[in-house]
Every structure is written in C-alpha cells, then in structure tokens.
Unconditional design. Structure first.
Length: 417
C-alpha cells in the first residue's frame, strides 16, 4: 500500500549516509524521529480500521513534533496524566478527540481535568476505579465519561507491561454496570467503555485481544446503555527482531469487529508503539572497547538513562554499526556509561569489530525511548532531531547540567562539564 508504506521498517532500511551527518551535527546520544514514517504507520492503521477513531497513546512519545504530525494526520490523543493532557491541548488537538485516562490520579490531575472539562466540554475522561468516579463527583465533574473495565486477561511483550490482568487498571467486569450507574447518578455523561490488555500484542495473542473486546461487548449489552464508543485500547505489537513478522492488522481488525457484533457504538483504538516505534532510531558513539576472555564489550555514550527498555524489561532492540569500511564481525555486548550492571543496550550482537569512535544505531527507538529517559547519574537527557520531507529539525535540544539541577535551590551554580 502506497500511503501506509511497508508494515515493518527494519533498522537496516535506514540510510547510514543520512544518519552519520546528524550525529556529526548534533552529537550523540541522539534520537532521530522520522515524521513521514509516523504518517505511514498512521495511514496503514487507519486503513485497517476504516470505521474506527484512532487515539495516539502519547505516553509512547509525547514530543510536540510527533503530536503535531499525528494530529494533522487525523488522530486524537490518549493522555495518561495532567501533563500529557496539557501537552495534547498545546499541540492543538481538538478537545473532542482527546481522552484523559485517569490511573489512580493524584488530586492535582483530577482538578486539572475538571477545569479542562469545564472549558472544553468535548473532552472525555476515562476512569478505572469507583474511587475515581467519586472523586470526580466531589469536584462537580459532569462531563463526558468513559469507564475502563478490567478485562481479566493480559497480553503483551512481557509480564511487566501486561495491564489486563493487573488489578491496578480498570473496574472488574462484574462491577462495571454498577459503577456506570453510579456515574450516571452523579450526572456524568456516560459515553464509552474502555479496556487495554497490554502492550506489544503479537499475532499469537489475538485470542486474548478478542476476549478483552468480548468482555467489553458483554458489559455494553448487560448495561443496556447506548454507548457512543467502545475503546479497545492499544498494544498493537511491532517486530523488534529482524526475523519477526509484522502484526496482521487486518486480522486484529476482523477479530475486533467479530467480538463487537451487535454492539452499536463507534470503535476506538489507542495505539502508541505501533505508530512511532519504527519511526525512531537512537544514535550512539562507541568510546571504549574491551576484549575480556573472548567477550567483546563496546562502551557507548547511550545507556539505560537514554533507552531504559533493555535494562527495565530485558527488551531486545536491534543494533547496527554505521561504520563505512568493511570489518570482520564479532559477538559484541553494547553497554552504556551508567554505574549499573543492567546498563546494557544489547548482548552478544554480531557487529563489525568495534573501534573507538564508531557510530551505532539502535532501532525501534521511537516508542518509549526518549519518553522514558532519565537524569540518573546526573546525565542530561539526549537531543531529538525530527526528519521530514523538507529536511531535519532539532526538536529537543540536548539537556545541560543546569537542566538536571534546575529544581534544586542551588540550581545554576554548577559549571557545565
Ligand atoms: N492505552 C492504554 C490505556 C495504555 O495503558 C497503553 C500503554 C496504551 C494505550 C498504549 O500501548 P501501546 O500501543 O504503546 O503498546 N513502557 C512500556 C510500555 C508500557 C505501556 C503502558 N500502557 C514499554 O516500553 O514497552
């Protein structure tokens, strides 16, 4: 499909000649996000779900360049916090296309959501607990309301991101009707049902996905209400390994529609990763090479503070050397500059024998990459460059030490290293 582009953009498909000058110009570690790839991913998804509304789960990458790209493409925004809600509005999303999904929300988040709902009655607030409903009522909320149902099924790339089975998220299905009634008694405008099973669903987890959607359909029928929409969450997986197949979106869409048979409501999906993961790479420079008892260690300037997924979930990200000359390959572990033994980007990778100064690219870095970066070890967070048809743009400058310390009362008194 011309508009949607190929279903997978492998790391090998990035042109090294395009990437090397970016590292020279902006330094490393550097995130590079390709806005045209984000548009392709959106087009493919929208084509697979022609009748659905698509919300971008902005927790995957809340950079303004990504938000504006997806807004222009036609997406809405799913926000997990007051901060995300503020950034979505700032990026110009129509409040009618913005959902705030409250997860055990701090008071300040609910106060803000209430104010936004007053100013923009088209905003939808999703809650996943009785307490959240009561706390919204205490604040006089009377806006558009969606209930997050705990589907009792989990899925995803690892236990740590499987939300469906975790009691933290959503109201148990057998209490859902009761909580919906309560919300209506409080004067909320009950418009939708929501569930999200987990993040990184693959072709062999479609049964789980279908069960989640069926649970929503059951609740919808049982409640006897007319819902405007049913939001089946995000979680559409992308291949991280070169040999992995792409998720068969048409099958996901078909299974979703099957499970919703008889429910007269607009389908909503809210993917994060699917839209942005393969639109981003992380560039990092090798500064240290060690050969210890047969093992080859390449120390690079990106680590767990830049891209935490390998350290946090044991996630695999493809790594490619961008060196121009040909060299014999060896098995290399790529590690970062943080004082932690889990500070690894990739283990036992076949890479050209590394040398100091080599540039490496880490693939699928567009989702949950810069968004989860931290200042641990007093490390400034990396810069982000956005590519588009007209060329490149620095959309987030590299942090300085002053950025790291600015909230301390001694802020700004340190000379930058
Ligand atoms: N909707 C809700 C309510 C969610 O909780 C999430 C993700 C999404 C949508 C989007 O899921 P996606 O389409 O991106 O898979 N940091 C982890 C992922 C955590 C996802 C949490 N919720 C990672 O790096 O894999």
């Amino acid at each position: 499909d011309a508009d949607g582009g190929p279903a997978v953009r492998r790391l090998s498909a990035w042109d090294a000649d395009d990437l090397r000058p970016l590292a020279d110009a902006y330094g490393t570690p550097l995130y590079v996000d390709d806005r045209s790839r984000v548009r392709e991913n959106y087009a493919r998804l929208a084509e697979a779900f022609p009748d659905a509304e698509v919300l971008f789960a902005m927790k995957a990458n809340a950079g303004g360049h990504v938000l504006r790209t997806l807004r222009d493409a036609g997406a809405g925004a799913e926000c997990a916090s007051a901060g995300e809600l503020a950034r979505a509005l700032d990026a110009g999303f129509d409040p009618a296309d913005v959902h705030y999904t409250a997860v055990n929300p701090p008071d300040a988040d609910l106060d803000y959501a209430r104010r936004v709902a007053d100013e923009h009655p088209a905003l939808t607030v999703t809650a996943g607990a009785r307490d959240t409903v009561e706390r919204l009522a205490e604040r006089g909320f009377a806006g558009r309301f969606c209930l997050r149902v705990h589907p009792g099924v989990g899925a995803g790339h690892s236990e740590s991101v499987s939300t469906g089975k975790d009691a933290k998220f959503g109201v148990p299905a057998d209490e859902a009707v009761d909580v919906l009634d309560r919300a209506a008694e409080h004067g909320f405008d009950v418009v939708g049902l929501h569930a999200h099973a987990g993040s990184g669903i693959t072709n062999d987890q479609l049964d789980d996905h279908e069960r989640v959607v069926s649970t929503l359909a059951d609740v919808a029928r049982e409640s006897g209400r007319d819902f405007e929409f049913v939001d089946v969450g995000g979680g559409f997986g992308v291949p991280y390994r070169e040999r992995e197949d792409a998720l068969d979106l048409d099958r996901v869409a078909e299974r979703t529609r099957d499970a919703l048979t008889g429910v007269d409501a607009t389908l909503m999906v809210e993917p994060g990763r699917y839209l942005v993961a393969d639109a981003g790479v992380l560039l990092t420079e090798v500064n240290t090479v060690k050969r210890v008892g047969g093992a080859v260690i390449a120390g690079a300037d990106a680590g767990m503070t830049t891209l935490v997924r390998p350290a946090m979930y044991g996630s695999y990200h493809p790594i490619r050397s961008l060196v121009e000359e040909s060299r014999a390959t060896e098995e290399v572990s790529v590690v970062g500059p943080v004082c932690e033994s889990t500070d690894v980007l990739g283990e036992a990778r076949d890479l050209p024998a590394p040398e100091r100064g080599d540039l490496l690219a880490v693939g699928n870095a567009g989702a949950y990459g810069v968004e989860m970066a931290s200042n641990y070890n007093s490390r400034p967070r990396p810069a982000v460059v956005a590519l588009d048809d007209e060329g490149e743009e620095l959309v987030r400058r590299r942090e300085t030490l002053a950025d790291v310390t600015h909230a301390e009362d001694t802020a700004g008194t340190y000379p930058d290293p």
